[in-house]
Every structure is written in C-alpha cells, then in structure tokens.
Design a protein around this ligand. Structure first.
Ligand SMILES: Cc1ncc(C[n+]2csc(CCOP(=O)(O)OP(=O)(O)O)c2C)c(N)n1
Length: 325
C-alpha cells in the first residue's frame, strides 16, 4: 500500500473543499431559480470523489452518474464550464443544452455524468476494454450507487470485466438511499461488495467518509488493475446530506439522521489527520477554504456573465428532450 504523503492529503483536502463550495453555490442558485432542470448534489460524499481521483493518473478514465459534480471536479474538470452548464449557458461543457447530468471532459479522462442509472458501469467496461486492447496503460473506474447495483446491467458489466480481467475499478458510493428508498429495502446483503466473490473479484467495504481509507483502498485496486490482475469492487459507505434532488423534502429520512452525519463531516475528519499526523495548523487549512470559496464565486460570476445560446443555435446538437428525476 502506498503511504499517504502530506502532498496527497493536502490535494484531497483542496479537492473536497472545491466540491463542497461548488455544490453549496449550485444549491443556492437553484433555490434562487437560476438553474433550470434537476441537480443532484453529493455534499457529504466528497471524500469518495477526492480519494478516488487522487489515486488515478490524468490518463485514466472515470465514468460517472447523475450525482457527478464531485467526480468531474476531482478529476480536473473546469469549475467555470461546469457552472456555466448548470446555468444553461453557451460556455458550458455541453453548450448549456445538457445541464448537470451531461457534463464530460474527455481531456481529463472524465467520460461523462449519466442520468441513466447503472450505465456508468458498462461505459467503464468499454473504456477499460479499449485500454486493454490498445495496451495504453490506462485504467478505468466506474462510479455508481447502491441503487444502481441492483440493475441488470451492473451484473453484466461485472461479469464481463472479470471474465476479460479488465483494468477496471467498480466504485460504489453507498449513500444510504436510492431516490427515496433506504438501502435495506432494495439490497438483500449488508454490503454491496459482498457480491464480488460471485464475479471472482476482490470486494472491499470501507468508510466512505474517510478520505485516507478511500485513497489507501484505491492504491491497491489501481495496482491490481494496472498490473493486469483485473477488476476490484470497492463499496464506500457514505451519506448524502441533501435530498435526492434539490427541492426533495426528504420525508423518508429519520429525524436527526442528517445532523448526526453532518457532525462527522468528511472534510473536518481529513483536517484532523492533516493536523494530527502532519502538523498543519488551522490557519493553513482556512486559507484553502478561502481560496476555494473565491474560485467558486468566480465560477458563478463567469456563468452569470456568460451568454445564453442564441435562438437560431438553440436546437443545434439537441437530439431528444425529457426529464429525469
Ligand atoms: C434506468 C433508470 N431507472 C430509474 C431512474 C430514476 N432514478 C434516478 S436516480 C435513481 C436512484 C439511484 O440510486 P443510486 O444508484 O443509489 O444513486 P444515488 O442517487 O443514491 O447517488 C433512480 C431510480 C433512472 N434515472 N434511470
């Protein structure tokens, strides 16, 4: 296992702060009515995106979900273009036509958010198969939720990946709920990763609020994938602080549950490590918070000032319309 360095810990911390402030800003702008369409936030889950992406190379690939802002930011996506996409502006990643669930940046290996639950997994198989047959040395990682783990396509993807020993990591963010359904009413096992032996691959369940644990688990899974030993199924137990979508009244959550989870803030937990193990003081950590807040405020200003698509170009590259909740 690769030892956690100060540089890695600080990079994860900055990444988590960036995700938190990006999504808090998106939440506020959504409430103001500035963002059309649905947004699904991952506030509370930042240790997963940050811990995963710090363990990958820029030439590796990720496939994402409807809850993908953190994944894209952690992989090196541009906050300005992401925010502009949320505002439906021409400067956005998909020229403002797609919104939150249609953000991709192939140049940083982010192959796309995805509104179709479960489909990040076969797309990950495709990326990993490409890496294998072209011998590029890259690996792929598919993010998905515990809800997606029950989709038929999840099993097809894990079966194929194992059969062909693909350089792929299946990373399940088990955030307690799939839409409005708690884990135990749709997953028959205590852990999604317990399914791994059925596909002849290692499966590991970790605390997804612990960025260090995510990073350390990832270094082993990355070594397996890059070393030609095939896929790993990682399940990170995590929690989303917000609703399934912004505006969700969250009546399905027991009283006090979110507050209890917020008291175990993954950012503060990593800050404790930075302080205890590396002697990083409060003022240094606060500087990171301040810098990331400023960067995200600049992304909002960029998006607000950006042009709308003009009426004559509005239907360019639009093939279908619909809404996914
Ligand atoms: C194929 C498909 N079925 C249903 C939906 C509606 N839907 C959107 S999100 C979601 C739940 C996903 O849960 P999970 O995979 O655990 O991800 P989370 O939302 O918890 O991050 C569902 C059923 C969809 N978008 N796509």
């Amino acid at each position: 296992m690769i030892q956690l360095t100060l540089e890695t810990a600080r990079a994860m911390h900055r990444s988590m702060c960036r995700i938190r402030y990006f999504e808090e800003a998106a939440s506020a702008k959504y409430k103001d009515g500035d963002l059309p369409g649905f947004i699904h936030l991952s506030i509370g889950q930042e240790a997963c995106a940050a811990g995963v992406c710090i363990a990958l190379e820029s030439t590796d690939y990720i496939t994402s979900t409807h809850r993908g802002h953190g994944h894209c930011l952690a992989k090196g996506g541009d906050a300005n273009r992401m925010m502009a996409e949320l505002f439906a502006k021409q400067a956005g990643y998909s020229q403002g036509r797609g919104g939150s669930m249609h953000i991709a940046d192939v140049s940083v290996g982010m192959l796309g958010a995805n509104g179709i639950v479960g489909q990040s997994m076969p797309l990950g198989v495709g990326a990993a198969l490409t890496a294998q047959v072209t011998d590029s040395g890259s690996i792929a990682l598919a993010f998905f939720g515990e809800g997606a783990s029950g989709a038929g396509v999840a099993h097809e993807a894990m079966n194929m990946a194992s059969l062909w020993r693909l350089p792929l990591i299946f990373f399940c963010e088990a955030n307690r709920y799939a839409e409005l359904s708690p884990y135990e009413i749709h997953v028959p096992l205590a852990n999604v990763a317990d399914r791994a032996p059925a596909y002849d691959m290692p499966g590991v369940t970790i605390d997804g609020g612990d960025a260090v644990a995510v990073f350390e688990t990832m270094t082993e899974a990355v070594a397996r994938a890059r070393g030609g030993q095939g896929p790993t199924l990682v399940e990170a137990k995590t929690y989303r602080w917000h609703g399934h979508y912004e505006g969700d009244p969250q009546r399905y959550k027991p009283e006090g549950e979110t507050e209890a989870e917020m008291a175990r803030d993954p950012i503060r937990r990593l800050e404790a490590v930075l302080n205890d193990s590396f002697g990083i003081d409060e003022a240094t950590l606060e500087t990171v918070h301040r810098e990331e807040k400023v960067a995200i405020a600049a992304a909002v200003a960029f998006a607000e000032a950006a042009d709308d698509p003009t009426p004559d170009e509005l239907t360019a590259n639009v093939y279908a319309e619909g809404a996914i909740v």
